[in-house]
Ligand binder design. Structure first.
Ligand code: CP3
Length: 318
């Protein structure tokens, strides 16, 4: 998830001088931010500094981040015919700055620390492309899905090819593992997930996996559709705190690895409560192989750095 970000003073210092998009566009800066949490926290893997919405620039949708308001898409997709007008995107050329950041990070990382590359899943990207920004209800997205199923599937098909190829390109540039973020897919009913999303996530995950790198399939609020979500693919399934880790693992199946699932808000709790929750996740994993300890979602800006450091120490056996 987000390891870097506003909770880290060294990140905030860089953000005083550069916009978020500037940090993403300049490989030297993106590489520097990627390394910050590795140096500060001693985590076992680095996650590339980028954003899932960067492909919206070559797609011509227009992207900006307003302070405190999250992402804003200048030309959202509101009509079926806009989908066919989207330009083709070649990640190797159009997102070459991300691939260059991957190459620079891989050269700079200590040899024992792998790099995780990532991309947004077709549904989560489609929701931003259609809504034009953050939403609680996904009204425009679902209305488009129901009213324009042909255009919806065409949009999802294009996004799946784009992000699948983009993930494979990150692996070829040196990323050791890949993560597909379907952050908002939990807003769907299981039936709508199966009809409108499943085949496209499956395609993106298949293309990513064809690179040979292990793939993490991440979602939140997926308890209602976890079996299908896992069936769509991924060597590792990311789960959030809304299900106990052992119960979620049971449903995913023993052949699959699992990532999760501490509530990010636990990092704001008193130390004893935080420790209790961390040890609960570890106990539920029960030292079975294939557990990646992680938060269920991103680190919140108000998180004390010492709490994150304490979690890393407990997980490492302290
Ligand atoms: O931790 C890291 O170093 C990895 C970098 C990373 C970012 N975004 C940088 C970023 C990653 C992995 C992402 C993924 C991402 N981006 C997701 C999927 C994961 C998730 O959290 O669900 C999503 C949905 C986005 C879209 C996005 N980007 C949103 C909703 C926001 C606003 C968040 C907010 O709190 O306002 C962003 C901005 C963003 N991308 C930040 C960071 C560190 C916020 C910090 C800043 O503005 O400097």
């Amino acid at each position: 998830m987000r390891q870097a970000g506003r909770y880290l003073p060294e990140y905030r210092a860089l953000r005083q001088k550069h916009s978020l998009l500037e940090l993403c566009h300049k490989p030297e800066l993106a590489a520097q931010v990627t390394l910050q949490p590795v140096e500060r926290l001693g985590v076992d893997a680095a996650i590339l500094f980028a954003d899932i919405l960067l492909p919206f620039e070559p797609l011509g949708l227009g992207l900006s981040f307003a302070t405190g308001e999250g992402p804003q898409i200048t030309r959202p997709i509101r009509a079926a015919d806009q989908v066919l007008e989207l330009p083709p995107v070649d990640p190797v050329n159009d997102l070459d700055y991300v691939l260059e950041a991957v190459r620079q990070v891989v050269r700079a990382l200590p040899p024992r620390v792998p790099l995780i590359g990532f991309a947004g899943a077709p549904f989560t990207l489609a929701s931003y492309a259609i809504e034009g920004g953050a939403t609680r209800t996904f009204t425009l997205t679902k209305r488009f899905m129901y009213a324009e199923p042909r255009a919806w599937h065409e949009l999802m098909r294009r996004l799946a090819e784009l992000v699948g190829g983009y993930l494979a390109a990150q692996a070829h540039a040196g990323a050791h593992a890949l993560q597909l973020f379907d952050s908002w897919v939990g807003c769907l009913s299981p039936a709508d997930y199966a009809t409108y999303v499943f085949p496209h996530s499956q395609r993106a995950l298949e293309l990513a996996g064809s690179s040979g790198a292990p793939v993490i399939h991440f979602g939140t609020d997926t308890a209602g559709l976890l079996v299908d979500f896992a069936r769509a693919g991924g060597d590792v399934i990311g789960v959030d705190w809304r299900s106990p880790l052992d119960a979620a693992w049971e449903r995913i199946g023993p052949g699959r690895a699992i990532q999760g699932n501490l509530d990010p808000v636990a990092l704001l709790a008193p130390r004893s409560e935080l420790e209790r929750q961390v040890r609960d996740v570890l106990a539920r994993a029960g030292r079975r192989p294939g557990h990646i300890f992680n938060l269920g979602h991103g680190v919140l800006p108000e998180t004390p750095v010492e709490s994150v450091q304490a979690v890393v120490e407990w997980v490492h056996g302290g």
